[in-house]
Design a protein around this ligand. Sequence first.
Ligand code: ATP
Ligand code: ZN
Length: 286
Amino acid sequence: MSSVLRIALQKSGRLSEDSYQLFKECGIRFDYGTGKLKSVSSNFPAEFLFLRDDDIPGYVEDGVADLGIVGENVAVETARNVETIHRLGFSKCRLSLAIPRGTDWSGLHDLAGKNIATSYPRLLGNYLRDKGVSAEIHEISGSVEIAPGIGLAEAICDIVSSGSTLLSNGLKEVETIFRSEAILVSRPALAENKQQLVDKLLFRIKSVQAAKNNKYIVLNAPNASLETITALLPGMKSPTVTPLATEGWSSVHSVLNENDFWENIEAIRAAGAEGILVIPIEKMIY
Ligand code: ATP
Ligand code: ZN
C-alpha cells in the first residue's frame, strides 16, 4: 500500500483559503488553483484532491481520500462513516431557522405542521424529532432563503453568517439548531503507515494552533512584585526572569494564553509591570 496520504480539500469556497493556509503553516507545500484537480506536495508524502465540499465525506468513506477537511454541518448531514480526528476552528457558522419578518414567534412549536425548506433535512429532522415537533421538511439544494417568498415554505433552515441574506429576503432568524466549524475527518482504521503520517500531520496542526492561541510576553518588573507577576504568567514551564542593568528590576519572559490575555495584562500592570511587549508566536511545540 502506498504511503502517501491523500487529503481532500474544498476546491473553492468558504473552507478553501483557511485549509490551504493551514497546510502552509504546517510547512507542507503544494500547488492549488487554476482548475487543478490534484496536486502532490513537494516536501511531505501527501497528495491533495480538490473537490466540492459535499463530496468529501463520501470520498473519505470510500477510501479515495484518507483525510478530508469539511464543515461539521456537511459531515453530519451526509452521515458517512468517517471519523472526526480534529477540530480546526475556522469556517465557523450556524444553521438556523428563519421565518418571514412579519410573523409572530413564540417558540419551536409554532412550526408544527408547517413546511420548512432546507438543504439540511437530516440535521433539521433530528433537531425537530429531539424537540418533539412534527413539521414537513422540503429539501432544496440552493437559494433556500427565497422559499417563503415564492410560497414554497413557511420557514427555512439555512446557514446564517451576518444575517444580511435573511434580511434582504424579508426573513428573521428565530432559532439556531447547529453550530459548525471546519473539521479534519479520516477514514476509520487507516493502515499503520498512513496512521503514522496522520500523527505527524496532527502534531504539526496542534503546534500551529497552540501558537495562534498564545502570545510571547516580555516585561520589566520591580523585584518586589516578581512573585505576584510570575504567578500570573506560568508560561510553558515557568517564566524566565533575568536582572535588568537597573538595580532592583528584572525582565520577565513568558507565554500567555489568548483566552485570558486582557484580564492577565491588567493584573500584571496593576502589580507594577512596565514596558510590556506582546509578540506573536509562530510555532509552539509542547
Ligand atoms: P461547494 O461548491 O464546494 O459545494 P458550497 O457553496 O456548498 O461549496 P460554501 O458556501 O463554500 O459551500 O461553504 C462551505 C462550508 O463553509 C459550509 O458547509 C459551512 O461549513 C462553512 N460556511 C458556510 N457559510 C459560512 C460563513 N458565512 N462563514 C464561515 N463559514 C461558512
Ligand atoms: Zn457544497
